[in-house]
Design a protein around this ligand. Structure first.
Ligand SMILES: Nc1nc(=O)c2c([nH]1)NC[C@@H]1CN(c3ccc(C(=O)N[C@@H](CCC(=O)O)C(=O)O)cc3)CN21
Ligand SMILES: CC(C)C(=O)C(=O)O
Ligand SMILES: [Mg+2]
Length: 269
């Protein structure tokens, strides 16, 4: 009888222990097939609420529902074996109280079998982060530019340009750490502030638009693949899937019209 070794997933504490060691590699993914590719090279995969904008054409992330996060979270967990899967808590599912946050985070974990959740906010969410982590839910924080607060911030604005705002942004990151988060996304902050925060907190900072000073990096997969029409300045485009898809679709359309497709190989005789 052959003994099958079960591939074990990377855990939240293993991500936390990477601080000061090799940089943590992460990308978003919303589907089973892309997640399977991404996990070959990434430590964790985020099922981000950016899926509302990237996959569903929304203008911001506020319209994303629990159901949408769960459906995509399930797809990504099914498609992967090794990476830690982190699912974003959508706007409105956690801010009201620690109890509401626990109910929704537990539902996400039960229904998707993901390994952790992520929520936006620093000092204001510290009590909630503690409430969840003390009850068995690993939490990833997210401070700096927090897209769910776009209407309060007045848009997706880089944070920390004015040094007077640093103490509050540093306090946010520290509050997340002290509340028991295992890592924290640091989005859209100027490099010297990202460096300072990374030095001052004991959990890994996962940067997006926050310089190479962070302990790890994350990008939206579609952005780095060249599938997005527009990308923020912090994105490096590593692929050109958009033009590749267009080229393939054009060839197909041409061959349908010329009746070259289906050809001999695609016909049942
Ligand atoms: N496709 C996609 N990629 C992302 O990185 C992303 C999403 N969607 N949705 C959720 C949030 C929103 N994000 C954004 C969106 C826009 C800017 C932006 O317009 N940045 C300006 C800088 C403005 C300033 O400096 O104040 C830029 O020009 O890059 C930044 C982050 C990051 N996240
Ligand atoms: C950009 C990352 C950090 C995110 O929160 C998302 O994809 O929703
Ligand atoms: Mg998000």
């Amino acid at each position: 009888m052959s003994k099958q070794t079960k591939i074990r997933r990377i855990t939240a504490p293993e991500i936390a222990a990477r601080k000061g060691k090799e940089p943590i590699v992460s990308l978003t993914s919303y589907h089973a097939h892309t997640a399977a590719i991404v996990e070959q090279h990434a430590d964790f995969i985020l099922v981000g609420d950016s899926l509302g904008m990237v996959m569903h054409g929304m203008e911001n992330t506020l319209g994303v529902s629990m159901e949408l996060m769960i459906v995509h979270g399930q797809a990504v967990v099914r498609g992967t074996k090794r990476a830690l899967i982190v699912v974003d808590m959508p706007f409105g599912s956690y801010e009201e109280s620690p109890e509401v946050a626990f109910r929704n985070a537990a539902r996400i974990m039960k229904e998707t079998q993901c390994g952790a959740v992520k929520l936006e906010g620093g000092q204001s969410m510290a009590e909630t982060i503690r409430f969840l982590t003390e009850r068995g839910i690993p939490v990833m924080g997210h401070t700096g530019l927090t897209p769910q607060s776009t209407h309060v911030m007045g848009g997706f604005k880089t944070q920390g340009r004015d040094e007077d705002t640093w103490p509050d942004l540093i306090a946010d990151a520290k509050a997340v750490e002290e509340a028991g988060a295992f890592a924290s996304v640091l989005e859209g902050v100027v490099e010297p502030l990202a460096r300072k925060i990374t030095e001052e907190i004991s959990i890994p900072t996962i940067g997006i638009g926050a310089s190479a000073a962070c302990d790890g990096q994350i990008l939206v997969l579609e952005d780095m693949l060249g599938l997005s029409d527009w990308v923020p300045k912090f994105v490096k485009v590593y692929g050109s899937l958009g033009p590749m898809i267009e080229e393939a679709v054009r060839s197909y359309a041409d061959e349908v019209k010329s009746r070259d497709f289906p050809g001999e190989d695609q016909v049942y005789r």
